[in-house]
Design a protein. Structure first.
Length: 158
């Protein structure tokens, strides 16, 4: 009876230890402000600390890596390649009539942000000021508008 009680206590303690390790990965503990990132360069310090968990036992190390990747805490801040602009911080640029062509818009964006952009790039996402949805530019314009703006004709099946 005493052995069963000790085994039960040991089992509960082991379950609590695994839960504690699994929910407190190194990146989450050290950098809670990083939660929610989805991409970027991996922070070597967090990766090494998670790797140390692999040295002690395989399961805690794997759990630490999984939690840090799932929460985004393993990524260095500001290193994501898919950054977006906040419309509250956007600068309004007015164009004169006749200046609404792809080359002018791309040049203005490059002057303001320092980033080279192609309006015909399928990875480009935009949104209307009254919407929260980020869509491809060709989904926001009809075929004629998109072709007039970018000089690229859309394929029939879209």
């Amino acid at each position: 009876m005493a052995d069963l009680r000790n085994a039960r206590r040991l089992g509960i303690a082991a379950a609590m230890a695994v839960t504690l390790v699994g929910t407190t990965a190194c990146g989450v503990i050290l950098y809670p402000e990083r939660k929610g990132q989805v991409d970027g360069r991996i922070d070597p310090a967090v990766a090494v600390l998670d790797g140390i968990g692999l040295l002690f036992f395989i399961v805690p190390g794997v759990i630490a890596f999984a939690v840090d990747f799932a929460t985004g805490a393993i990524y260095l801040p500001g290193s994501a390649s898919n950054t977006t602009l906040d419309l509250d911080e956007a600068e309004l640029v007015k164009l004169k009539n006749g200046e609404m062509d792809a080359a002018t818009i791309e040049r203005m964006i490059e002057e303001k942000t320092g980033e080279k952009v192609s309006l015909a790039d399928p990875a480009l996402r935009a949104r209307r000021p009254d919407s929260q949805a980020w869509l491809p530019l060709d989904a926001m314009l009809n075929d004629t508008q998109f072709a007039a703006l970018t000089g690229v004709r859309q394929q029939a099946a879209r």
